[in-house]
Design a protein around this ligand. Structure first.
Ligand SMILES: [Zn+2]
Length: 276
């Protein structure tokens, strides 16, 4: 399996997998084949060492019935998905010529970042507005169908991709919303890793952007505004005999949506340098 990943694209996804997950394969497979026949231009094999994963890339609530007036704005906000995170994940995967895996359904249907035994797996009220019920979850939702169609498919393809690539580092990309009224000072860029030292990212971001972007680097999850880092943390122990360096990244979604692309590119470049 690992041998295959060195010079092959991952197999194409079928219908039921595509409902749950998208794959972007930016690895340099063709250049590798080219270099085999042209010894003057030798390049390394495909970059299998980094895998970018974006759990909350989509706000698609599929076939559910939505209260358009009240709920649509919430579904399009950080409650329903991670605005800007899919673009950032795709961008980092382009920069690093590596594979990216993205979720194709709203985290309101079922949250792939959480373990199955969790009270918030299917939210009955919106996170940003706990008085507001998620109507399509409040009225007899089909839990087993969602587990099978979305949750299991997502994790199954993710598992298969990890065995195919055998990456050394997995970057789990999220975005978060910082409420204006918020008393806790959530950073614009938040990085968490138990297995990779990322202190240099903070000093590089501080130096590059002076005080325009705040960044915090931790070993333990510590902020309730952020998505769960459970999946990211548990991937560290994916292999029985070696550790994956797992990194959780969350970026302020306002920054991703409204600021200029150059700044995002610079930010992605700084982070990429530390993903080895
Ligand atoms: Zn998220």
């Amino acid at each position: 399996m690992a041998q295959l990943g060195k010079d092959h694209f991952f197999r194409s996804l079928n219908g039921s997998e595509e409902e749950a997950v998208s794959l972007i394969d930016n690895r340099d497979i063709n250049d590798y084949y080219h270099s085999k026949s042209d010894s003057d231009e030798k390049r390394g094999p495909a970059n299998n060492s980094l895998l970018v994963v974006c759990d909350h890339a989509s706000n698609d609530v599929k076939m559910t019935k939505v209260d358009e007036l009240r709920e649509s704005p919430l579904i399009r906000s950080n409650d329903g998905f991670d605005p800007g995170a899919a673009d950032l994940a795709a961008f980092i995967s382009e920069q690093n010529k590596c594979m990216a895996l993205l979720g194709n359904y709203s985290k309101l249907l079922i949250d792939p970042s959480l373990p199955l035994a969790n009270d918030n797996l299917v939210r009955v009220a919106y996170k940003s507005d706990p008085d507001q019920p998620v109507t399509f979850n409040d009225e007899g939702y089909l839990l087993s169908e969602r587990v099978v169609k979305f949750y299991v498919e997502y994790h199954r393809v993710l598992t298969e991709v990890i065995w195919f690539l055998q990456p050394q580092v997995i970057l789990n990309v999220h975005s978060h919303h910082v409420p204006e009224s918020s008393s806790d000072n959530t950073s614009d860029v938040y990085l968490q890793s138990k297995s990779l030292c990322l202190k240099g990212v903070k000093s590089d971001i501080d130096r590059k952007f002076e005080s325009q972007i705040s960044c915090s680097v931790t070993e333990q999850p510590c902020d309730s505004v952020l998505c769960s880092s459970h999946l990211s943390d548990s991937l560290t122990n994916f292999y029985p005999d070696k550790e994956i360096k797992s990194v959780y990244l969350s970026v302020n979604s306002d920054f991703l949506q409204f600021d200029d692309r150059d700044r995002q590119a610079e930010l992605a470049e700084i982070i990429s340098q530390f993903l080895h």
